[in-house]
Design a protein around this ligand. Structure first.
Ligand code: IMP
Length: 425
């Protein structure tokens, strides 16, 4: 029996998971998404081509890789159709290599409208949602009234769709939301017909069978651990379990089948949307990071908030996920700074110092405690030996985090990847 390796982001998303899945994909027979939906934007770059995937697993560009959209995912059929059509130019074997769980939950057009309505109602306290309907869809799933992909194969799908949208219409009326239903319903139903032409499967059986055959499986996380519904900076989080345990429930994989856990993090921190961000830089250094790192959302285009790396939160993510290897992204972005800072602890309102994430992350006043180090300004990172400053930076992080950093990424292309140690035994 083989194992399922998990790859996930340890910060607030946008760590560069798409690139790494694409780099690792040749090692795996199967790549599976286990949570989230079109709120994700996984960017892949190869041979001068840049492509952003939202719902389709990042193994899709490798012709021998099977790609699974698992039961834990929320799927928007309209976005799905657009994504598939956007991939046409690559001439991929999509109908052969893509498998969709019948138990994935459907995002309806009304879920997107509800997302807008709820965010508007929150006023100043808004989450900063991507407004793709994620929260309301998971609400319906947990509320046991959601529609699932497998339902589109039943004769009474239309009836069930109308029943659920009626419930949504009532809420939308209460929120005074105006919309033209015909304009939304028609493309949705066409997208449902389109979705029916794909392989809709019992993905938990499929994946466990693959394991028994000895296939290698990579579970591809979306968003980041600090956006997890249980462990993130609640309520400024997404609505799914983005951590390793989510791969078990979102794919039907037993915990004992989990193998390596690849934790991806940026050499600094970013966050898009609202919520606490202890090391955020609101000055020209933050501006420089945003510019150097091209930190603008791949799904919404919003500028990302930027700041120094935050070890207390990384340690927390490593603990919750059982990370076995760390992969550091965008090391090149820090090459413009003559001094770099690492947050090693927090000073709280009452003067206490800690490296434990306080329960009241939202209302607590946190002052980061920094360790300052020499940078590697202007030095190009071409491979080993690394610039001295970067080498010291990495060794410091490894000592603090107690997990090896096995890979460093220095740019978006597949080729801009430095292996410090073999990733596979
Ligand atoms: P939602 O998942 O669209 O409801 O958004 C909830 C929060 O998670 C917001 O702060 C979003 O900006 C953030 N978020 C959701 N998906 C992503 C992602 O893929 N990358 C980064 N942030 C995300």
């Amino acid at each position: 029996m083989s194992k399922v390796d998990v790859l996930l982001g340890l910060q607030w998303g946008d760590e560069g998971k798409g690139k790494i899945v694409d780099v690792l994909a040749p090692k795996y027979n199967v790549v599976a998404r286990f949570q989230g939906g079109p709120n994700a934007g996984h960017t892949l770059e190869f041979e001068g081509v840049k492509h952003v995937l939202h719902q389709i697993p990042s193994g899709i560009f490798r012709s021998h890789t099977k790609n699974v959209i698992g039961n834990g995912v929320v799927l928007d059929p309209v976005v799905f159709r657009q994504e598939i059509e956007g991939l046409a130019k690559f001439k991929l074997a999509l109908r052969e290599n893509l498998f969709i769980s019948k138990k994935a939950t459907l995002i309806l057009p009304t879920h997107r409208l509800l997302d807008h309505a709820y965010e508007t109602a929150k006023g100043e306290n808004k989450i900063g949602s991507t407004l793709k309907g994620i929260g309301p869809t998971y609400q319906d799933k947990i509320g046991r009234q959601g529609l699932r992909v497998g339902d589109i194969l039943s004769d009474n799908f239309r009836e069930r769709f109308e029943k659920l949208t009626e419930v949504h219409f009532k809420i939308l009326r209460d929120h005074n939301v105006q919309f033209n239903w015909n304009e939304l319903e028609k493309p949705f139903m066409e997208a449902i017909d389109f979705l029916r032409t794909f392989q809709l499967i019992e993905s938990e059986y499929f994946l466990n069978q693959e394991l028994r055959k000895g296939s290698t499986i990579l579970a591809e996380g979306a968003q980041g651990s600090l956006l997890d519904i249980d462990f993130g900076s609640y309520p400024f989080v997404t609505s799914s379990n983005t951590v390793t345990a989510g791969a078990c429930t979102g794919l039907g994989i037993a915990p004992r089948h989990i193998g390596e856990v690849f934790g991806i993090f940026k050499a600094y921190s970013t966050r898009v949307g609202s919520g606490p961000f202890p090391t955020e830089l609101l000055d020209e250094q933050g501006e420089l990071m945003r510019k150097q790192g091209n930190e603008f959302g791949s799904t919404t285009g919003r500028p990302r908030r930027c700041g120094w790396i935050d070890l207390p939160s990384l340690k927390y993510s490593i603990m919750i996920n059982g990370v076995t290897q760390l992969l550091m992204m965008k090391a090149d972005v820090l090459s413009v700074f003559s001094r770099v800072k690492v947050c090693t602890g927090y000073k709280l309102r009452d003067g206490r110092e800690t490296d434990i994430l306080p329960y009241e992350l939202v209302n607590e006043k946190i002052t980061p405690i920094y360790e300052e180090m020499d940078g590697w300004p202007g030095e190009e990172i071409k491979g080993e030996p690394l610039p001295k400053g970067l080498q010291a930076y990495i060794e410091f992080l490894e000592r603090e985090l107690a997990v090896p950093i096995t890979l460093i990424s220095t740019g978006p292309d597949r080729s801009q990847t430095i292996y410090r140690q073999p990733l596979f035994a």
